[in-house]
Design a protein around this ligand. Structure first.
Ligand code: FMN
Length: 161
């Protein structure tokens, strides 16, 4: 599989918990985007996580350091995105951050992997959704935290294939 990096931004710890579970499955330590450098974006599989804040915005640390992603050379690299949001409270912007990260990564030449079905979610709109699929792993610890761990486990299996 090559080198795997997990880089995330999290304000209240939800996305951080997910990042730890994901990174652990690949035998690596997750890295906060606040601590990341350009060299950290050199990986064969780059797994990027962000919660969504404001109305459909990236988590704050990602906002500050987004130039790292915008200037990364990702051609020939795989990128997967994940994050937490609130599909009931922010139904129209659910997990928008995933869509923002995915668009920026593909603009830098990455191949996006790890799409998932929107089946079972009740949101009404998301930048992360196209044709019945999320561009990555959408988690919701506000409304269905009991599903998070299994969703992560299934996604990891998908990424490892
Ligand atoms: C002020 C505020 C704005 C939010 N905006 C959104 C949003 O637009 N879309 C969404 O899916 N979730 C939104 N959320 C929910 C958070 O993304 C959710 O609580 C998430 O799990 C936080 O993850 P973190 O602890 O990793 O930062 C918002 C939460 C707050 C308090």
């Amino acid at each position: 599989m090559g080198k795997v990096k997990v880089i995330y931004g999290s304000t209240t710890g939800n996305t951080e918990r997910a990042a730890k579970q994901i990174a652990g499955a690949f035998g690596v330590e997750p890295l906060r985007i606040a601590d990341a450098t350009a060299a950290d974006f050199e990986a064969d599989l780059l797994i990027l996580g962000s919660s969504t804040w404001g109305l459909g915005e990236l988590q704050d640390d990602w906002v500050t350091r987004i130039s790292l992603l915008e200037s990364a050379n990702l051609s020939g690299k795989k990128v997967a995105v994940f994050g937490t949001g609130d599909q009931s409270g922010f139904s129209d912007t659910y997990c928008d951050a995933l869509g923002i990260l995915a668009a920026k990564a593909t603009a830098r030449g990455a191949t996006l992997v790890g799409k998932t079905s929107v089946n079972g979610y009740v949101h009404t709109g998301s930048l992360a959704e196209t044709d019945g699929q999320f561009c990555g792993l959408a988690l919701d610890d506000n409304n269905e935290s009991e599903k998070t761990s299994a969703r992560i486990a299934a996604w990891i299996e998908q990424l490892k294939q």
